[in-house]
Design a protein around this ligand. Structure first.
Ligand code: 7TS
Length: 422
């Protein structure tokens, strides 16, 4: 696989945190040179989807230009070669999450698909009266699959609360656990509040109650190192496009003993051992859960994205983003009438806010003309919006390529919004 050009962002020396150079990182992302409305692009929507470095774009092009074929079926060179590369991405992901084995890594098309897979397949072992706990700050992707399961089987869905700052309330959660709790489905990082949930405690308490835990890691793998063995997570899902990789690729990590007992999610090629009209037997995991031609090129892109992030280093990225978050919080707090949602003790670089008397959509539209791209709306977390009594918020989310100058551009643009509405 092409060497990550992110290595360019690391100067000589062993301490990658000190060596992080955001201007050099930005060179890796061609789109950041674009202008919109004659203004430099200030991209503050990485929480929705991150921009792609040249290493990812090149890896996907290289595969399609030089060795493309279908995987897992060809007797010929290119198919075998690409099968090896596809399977090596499984190893890259296993290393990235510190999974015990690459056979615990299921390649999916998104974290949404990963969660639906667990809801359908693990959920097949649940029956009426069994309980699943989610939290108030879940993305719809970690709510609706459980409601569909509830409709199919009669499980009981419980909701663990948060406080007004967005902190996860461990005691209230513990009180929800019962002998009927079979699964806790919880986000690692809230896509609206930035809250980092106390996962180790959540998982320990769930296990004490005999329940398994599925973690939605969509916003977490981007901001810091994840170690599924240290967490003792039973399932952990994430999505490629927020991790500087392509769309239509995701991952489900699952403990081997759990995956082994789970029935297939979808039927088709690749997931079988043998098929006859009388009876079909299924492949072992992870292929049992990868029906049909997989997202081959996208998997190669994900592998390149992980190599890129690894080359820069999680510590360096986390330190850079923590600095941006602190600076942005301080800048935005100076704007009169601006309210920030989410000030949890541990927080990732996501800033949701409203401005008194101004609809978030107006904020988004006006600052767009200044070249500043943020997300406005309910962020696919309508129950969380209801929790805070707002229909929508504006949200700036930061990636490894963002700068303090861009935070200043955001603050200036928001001051303009105020002037217009003042
Ligand atoms: N879970 C969380 C925590 C997310 O933030 C998102 C996407 C998803 C699941 C779904 O990811 P997908 O790749 O399967 O679609 N979040 C957002 C967002 O915050 N703005 O746009 C998409």
């Amino acid at each position: 696989m092409a060497a990550a050009s992110g290595a360019a962002a690391i100067a000589a020396g062993s301490n990658s945190t000190l060596a992080f150079d955001v201007e050099r990182v930005r060179e890796d992302f061609p789109i950041l040179k674009q202008e919109v409305y004659g203004k430099p692009l200030v991209y503050l929507d990485s929480g929705a989807s991150a921009q792609k470095p040249t290493a990812v774009i090149d890896a996907m092009r290289e595969v399609q230009e030089t060795c493309y074929a279908n995987v897992h079926r060809g007797a010929y060179y290119f198919s075998q070669h690409l099968t090896d590369r596809y399977e090596s991405v499984r190893k890259t992901v296993a290393g990235f999450l510190n999974a015990g084995s690459d056979q615990e890594v299921v390649i999916t098309r998104s974290v949404t698909e990963a969660i639906n897979l667990v809801a359908y397949s693990f959920g097949a072992g649940l029956s009426a009266g069994d309980e699943v706990i989610v939290t108030e700050m879940e993305h719809h992707a970690n709510i609706v699959p459980w409601q569909l399961l509830r409709d199919r089987t009669g499980i009981v869905l419980k909701v663990a609360p948060i406080d007004d700052d967005g902190n996860f309330l461990l005691d209230a959660y513990e009180a929800l656990l019962t002998p009927r709790t079979r699964l806790v489905a919880v986000t690692h990082v809230s896509n609206v509040l930035g809250t980092v949930t106390p996962l180790k405690e959540i998982i320990r308490l769930a296990h004490e109650a005999g329940a398994k835990v599925l973690v939605d890691g969509a916003q977490a793998v981007v901001h810091g190192k994840v170690d599924v063995q240290d967490l003792d997570a039973d399932f952990y899902g994430f999505t490629g496009h927020k991790l500087y990789g392509p769309t239509a690729i995701g991952v489900l990590y699952g403990k081997a003993d759990l995956l082994k007992e789970m029935p297939p999610f979808q039927g088709g090629g690749d997931m079988i051992r043998s098929v006859s009209f009388a009876e079909t037997t299924y492949a072992d995991p992870p292929l049992r859960f990868e029906a049909g031609t997989p997202p081959i090129v996208e998997a190669i892109g994900l592998g390149a994205a992980i190599d890129y992030v690894n080359a820069i280093g999680h510590e360096a990225i986390a330190a850079h983003e923590a600095g941006l978050l602190a600076y942005a919080t301080q800048r935005l707090q100076q704007i009169e009438g601006l309210r920030i949602y989410g000030s949890a003790k541990e927080k990732a670089a996501i800033l949701s806010f409203t401005m008194e008397g101004i609809h978030p959509h107006d904020i988004g539209t006006i600052i767009d003309r200044e070249g500043v791209a943020i997300r406005v709306g309910h962020h696919c977390a309508q129950p969380l919006m209801q929790r805070f009594g707002v229909p929508a918020t504006a949200r700036a989310s930061f990636g490894l390529y963002n700068t303090r100058a861009e935070v200043d551009a955001l603050a200036r643009a928001l001051e303009k919004v105020k002037e217009l509405f003042g």
